[in-house]
Design a protein around this ligand. Structure first.
Ligand code: FAD
Length: 399
């Protein structure tokens, strides 16, 4: 009997895990992907949507044909529950699917109640519909400009996106001839500029400080947000920042349906070992943002961890290798703790940027470097095209 692998989620983690397990076992396994969305989304490009540099069609592709080409079944449904004892997953149409091995790669949702007024009075770019809404608001802003605030709340982890949006905003304001008329402010829970939720990198604080100075961007560091009112952001420090446009990055949470599964912590993140098997079940894995990773420090204002695309893919490959070992009757031995995965990221700044490289996601590190310059912007453009091509064709063994 061929073993059945069920993968929940069809984005960075899920698509990679499904294709990689098929590859590891040279096709000799039944794989099914269950995903709420029937499209792959290249989330890193969401920073460009509000400015009309990309639209939905540029940053997504349908996953059905990709899975079909690799002999993987696709269920376009949301999972609503997991019974790990019975090895069953419930779907939103009332059916249950059984499995021999399960990979949970259901990613994140926004913690929308992090700050009162966040949903009503600010925009965000962390999901496709919200990035589109941020674009509609940006068009209105251009007709009636004023101060702009870009913020990452207490507990947020996706700081890279906040910085990218900040510098892209500055660039777009210049292009629109508005830069001199608009006060642009960055508000962050990071303890220092360039912390990025990963403890910072050598010279990062100075470099980010220099960039902000050069772009005439004000900053409020190590501060939480109390509430967002119509046209004003109230900070934990007591200060109020008026705005005509505010983009706020909230913290992420795991998916609701995992909360009662006995697999997840109180945020809905699944607790895993370094093999990406869950703490309790050898046959259940979790990868990407769905996997719980402890924040290894306490900061005066709480910050989260950025679980980016590169570690998500790395986790999915580790899980696929281990499932293949288990199917072959071997002990799953691939391991890579989140903190030990390389940090590889490009931060775009409109026509410029910074390449971020480190030997480990989390300190202590041996090497970490930030390489600024226009080549970073070109690299991000090239990487977007390359990554969408790679995933659309299912070439997950490519870097
Ligand atoms: C604005 C922004 C910018 C970013 N920029 C970068 C960057 O420059 N570089 C970088 O490396 N990373 C970046 N990231 C992070 C990167 O997007 C994540 O690492 C990646 O999306 C994680 O993939 P994932 O598969 O774990 O989760 P997700 O991308 O969240 O995918 C989850 C999948 O699960 C599905 N799903 C959800 N609930 C269910 C359910 N109940 N049942 C079935 N399916 C479900 C969803 O439909 C989706 O297909 C950025 C993220 C954001 C938001």
């Amino acid at each position: 009997m061929r073993k059945r692998v069920l993968v929940l989620g069809g984005n960075f983690g899920g698509l990679t895990a499904a294709l990689a397990v098929k590859h590891e076992l040279e096709g000799d396994v039944d794989v099914t992907v269950v995903s709420k969305d029937d499209h792959f989304l290249f989330n890193p490009s969401l920073i460009w949507l509000p400015f009309g540099k990309r639209d939905r069609g540029d940053v997504t592709f349908p996953i059905g044909p990709t899975l079909d080409n690799h002999d993987i079944d696709f269920e376009h449904h949301a999972a609503t529950g997991v019974d790990a004892e019975a090895k069953q997953v419930q779907l939103d149409d009332g059916r249950s699917l059984g499995y021999d091995y399960l990979v949970i790669a259901t990613g994140y949702r926004n913690k929308t109640d992090v700050v009162p007024g966040f949903r009503e009075n600010a925009v965000t770019i962390t999901t496709l519909p919200e990035a589109e809404r941020a674009g509609e608001q940006w068009k209105k802003f251009l007709d009636d400009p004023g101060d702009v605030v870009v913020a990452a709340t207490q507990g947020a982890g996706c700081f890279g996106a906040a910085y990218e949006f900040l510098f892209n905003t500055s660039y777009q304001l210049k292009k629109a001839g508005l830069r001199d008329r608009v006060k642009l402010t960055y508000v962050t829970s990071e303890p220092f500029l360039g912390h990025f939720g990963i403890g910072g990198l050598p010279h990062g604080e100075q470099m980010l400080g220099m960039f902000l100075g050069k772009e005439n961007i004000q900053s409020r560091i190590n501060v939480g947000i109390e509430h967002v009112d119509e046209g004003a952001l109230a900070l934990g420090s007591g200060e109020t920042l008026p705005f005509k446009y505010a983009m706020v990055v909230p913290p992420f949470l795991g998916q609701d349906f995992l909360l009662d599964s006995g697999l997840a912590d109180e945020k809905g993140y699944v607790k895993v070992r370094d093999t990406y098997q869950t703490e309790k079940y050898d046959d259940v894995y979790a990868v990407g943002i769905a996997a719980a990773v402890d924040v290894p420090w306490t900061t005066p204002t709480p910050v989260g961890l950025p679980k980016t695309g590169f570690p998500t893919e790395a986790m999915a490959h580790v899980a696929a290798k281990n499932i293949a070992s288990q199917v072959k009757g071997e002990v799953p031995s691939a391991e890579k703790a989140f903190g030990d995965i390389k940090a590889v990221c490009v931060m775009d700044a409109g026509n410029n940027g910074v390449i971020i490289l480190a030997d480990k996601m989390l300190p202590p590190r041996k090497h970490g470097v930030l390489i600024p310059g226009p080549q970073a912007h070109l690299m991000k453009l090239g990487f977007e095209k390359y990554f969408l091509w790679k995933m659309r064709h299912g070439y997950v063994t490519l870097p």
